[in-house]
Design a protein around this ligand. Structure first.
Ligand code: NAG
Ligand code: NAG
Ligand code: NAG
Ligand code: NAG
Ligand code: NAG
Ligand code: NAG
Ligand code: NAG
Ligand code: NAG
Ligand code: NAG
Ligand code: NAG
Ligand code: NAG
Ligand code: NAG
Length: 363
C-alpha cells in the first residue's frame, strides 16, 4: 500500500516532467521564402512564435558562413559588431524582426532564426533572401568592320551583359536612334540595313527589376560611289581650255580626284579639272576617281587634242642634187597635225603649183 502510493506520486511527477519536456516552441508566422528584395532597399524579416514556456535565448545566423548576426539571452540583446551597421534586430518573447539595411547582392543567401525555451527545447526557421538587381555592363557589338557597312547588307547585332541580373536577363531590345526595332530573347539580331546614314544603335537588357541600356554604337551605313559623268570634252583644239567634270552618287558624300592616267598624278582634287591652254602632249586618258569610306568608283575620259599642221618639211627624191632637165623629181611634204593633214599645197616661187591630198608631188 505504501509502496503503491509512492509509485503513484512518481508517475505524476514523471507526467509533469514529460509535459514540460514536450513543450516545443513553434512559429506562428514566418517570412515568405524566398523573400525578394531589390538591391539598395531595406527588407524586414518577421517571425512570430509561441515559445511554449519561458524564453531562454535566440539567435540570428547568416547561414553561408555560419556567423552569428545577433543573439539574445538573459544578459540581453547583442548584435555582432560586424553586422551592426547593416542590420536592425528586435527580439521579443513572441516576435522577432531582422531588418537588412540597404541590401546588396552579397546579402543574398539564407538567414536562420533559432529560439529556445528554458526547457532547452528549440526550433529554427530558415529564410532565403533573394537580392534582385538589374543586368549590368550591357554591351552591343556588331560585325561591321570599322563601324561601317553598305546599304542593303546584313549585320549581326549582339547584345551581351557583363553581369547578369538577378533574376537572369529576360529580354533584349534593340534601338536605332532611340527608336525601338525589336525584341529578342537571345540578344541576337540579323538585320538588313535599309537606309543610308549615320545611326546610333543601342540595346537594352531587362529583367523584372528593370532595364539597362548599352552604350551606343554608331554605324555609318554607306553607299559605294558611282560616277555619273557630266563632261568629257573631246576633241579639244590646242590652246583652248578643256574643262572636265564628273559627279557621283554615294554616301558619305564622295571625295573626288582627276588622275592623269599616263603619269599617275592627281591633276585636280575636285570634281572639275581645267586644263588651261591644252597642249598636244596633254592628250590622253584622265580618270575621275570618286571615293568614300565604303569604296570607290571611276570613269575615264579620253581627251584628244587637235592642232594645226606644224613643222612641215619637204623632201625630194633624188635628194638635193642637180637634176637633168626632163627627168622626174618627186617631192614629199610631211607635217605634224591632229587630225592628220588632208590637203597639201605645193608652191614654186610664190605661185601654187599643185594641191595633193597625199602630200606627194611628181614633177
Ligand atoms: C532603410 O532604413 C534606414 C534606417 O531605417 C532608412 O534611413 C532608409 O531610408 C531606409 N532605406 C530605404 C530605401 O527604405
Ligand atoms: C555589400 O554590403 C556589405 C556589407 O555592408 C559590404 O561589405 C560590401 O562591400 C557590399 N558590397 C557591395 C558590392 O557593395
Ligand atoms: C555579319 O553577320 C551576318 C550574319 O552572320 C552576315 O550575314 C553578314 O554578312 C556579316 N556582315 C559582315 C560585314 O561581315
Ligand atoms: C552573331 O555574332 C555572335 C557573336 O559574335 C555569334 O555568336 C553568332 O554566331 C553570330 N550569328 C550569326 C548568324 O552569324
Ligand atoms: C534606354 O534607351 C531607350 C531608347 O533610347 C530610352 O527610351 C530609355 O529611356 C533608356 N533607358 C535608360 C535607363 O537610359
Ligand atoms: C541618328 O542619330 C545620329 C546621331 O545622333 C544623327 O547624326 C543622325 O542624323 C540620325 N539619323 C537619322 C536618320 O535620324
Ligand atoms: C522587358 O522587356 C519585355 C519585352 O520587351 C517587356 O515586355 C517588359 O515589360 C520589360 N520589362 C521591364 C521591367 O522593362
Ligand atoms: C582659259 O583659262 C584661263 C585661266 O583660267 C583664262 O584666263 C582664260 O580666259 C580661259 N580661256 C578661255 C578661252 O576660256
Ligand atoms: C552631283 O550629284 C549629287 C548626287 O547625285 C547631286 O545631289 C548634285 O546635285 C550633283 N551636283 C551637280 C553639280 O551636278
Ligand atoms: C599627263 O601626264 C603626261 C605624261 O606625264 C603629261 O605629258 C601631261 O602633260 C599630263 N597632263 C596634264 C594635264 O598635266
Ligand atoms: C578602289 O576600290 C578597289 C576595290 O573596289 C580597291 O581595290 C582600291 O584599292 C580602291 N582604291 C582606292 C584608291 O581607294
Ligand atoms: C642641199 O644643197 C645645198 C646647196 O648645195 C646645201 O646648202 C644643203 O645643205 C643641201 N641639203 C641637204 C639636205 O643635203
Amino acid at each position: 500500500m505504501f509502496s503503491a502510493l509512492i509509485s503513484l506520486s512518481a508517475a505524476w511527477n514523471l507526467f509533469i516532467f514529460f509535459h514540460e519536456i514536450d513543450a516545443v516552441p513553434s512559429f506562428t508566422e514566418e517570412p515568405s521564402n524566398p523573400s525578394r528584395v531589390n538591391e539598395g532597399d531595406n527588407i524586414t524579416l518577421r517571425w512570430t512564435y509561441d515559445i511554449d514556456g519561458t524564453f531562454r535565448d535566440s539567435t540570428f545566423t547568416w547561414v553561408p558562413t555560419g556567423d552569428t548576426i545577433a543573439l539574445k539571452d538573459s544578459s540581453g540583446l547583442t548584435v555582432v559588431p560586424a553586422f551592426s551597421d547593416h542590420v536592425q534586430v528586435i527580439i521579443l518573447d513572441s516576435e522577432a524582426t531582422l531588418t537588412l539595411l540597404h541590401v546588396n547582392r552579397s546579402d543574398d543567401g539564407d538567414y536562420q532564426y533559432f529560439i529556445r525555451n528554458t526547457n532547452f527545447r528549440s526550433t529554427t526557421s530558415t529564410v532565403n533572401v533573394f537580392v534582385q538587381f538589374k543586368p549590368e555592363n550591357v554591351q552591343l557589338s556588331t560585325n561591321a568592320t570599322g563601324n561601317q557597312a553598305c546599304l542593303g547588307s546584313y549585320l549581326n547585332f549582339t547584345c551581351s551583359v557583363g553581369t547578369h541580373g538577378n533574376p537572369e536577363v529576360y529580354y533584349y531590345q534593340l534601338f536605332r536612334n532611340d527608336t525601338f526595332l525589336g525584341t529578342s530573347s537571345s540578344g541576337e539580331w540579323i538585320r538588313m540595313l535599309s537606309s543610308s546614314g549615320v545611326f546610333t544603335y543601342k540595346c537594352q537588357a531587362n529583367n523584372t527589376v528593370g532595364a539597362t541600356n548599352s552604350t551606343a554604337v554608331t554605324i555609318t551605313v554607306g553607299v559605294k560611289p558611282t560616277v555619273t559623268f557630266k563632261r568629257c570634252p573631246t576633241p579639244v583644239t590646242e590652246g583652248h581650255n578643256a574643262t572636265l567634270y564628273c559627279n557621283a552618287t554615294g554616301y558619305p558624300v564622295p571625295n573626288f580626284a582627276w588622275i592623269n592616267a599616263s603619269s599617275g598624278n592627281i591633276e585636280s582634287p575636285t570634281k572639275t579639272l581645267v586644263i588651261t591652254a591644252i597642249t598636244r602632249s596633254q592628250r590622253g586618258i584622265y580618270i575621275c576617281h570618286a571615293s568614300n569610306e565604303i569604296g570607290n568608283g571611276t570613269q575615264t575620259c579620253e581627251i584628244d587634242v587637235y592642232y594645226r599642221p606644224s613643222s612641215s618639211s619637204i623632201t625630194t627624191i633624188p635628194s638635193n642634187y642637180t637634176v637633168l632637165r626632163g627627168s622626174n623629181v618627186s617631192f614629199t611634204c610631211t607635217t605634224d597635225a591632229n587630225p592628220p593633214a588632208n590637203m597639201y599645197h605645193f608652191y614654186f616661187k610664190g605661185s601654187l603649183l599643185e594641191s595633193s591630198s597625199s602630200g606627194m608631188l611628181r614633177w
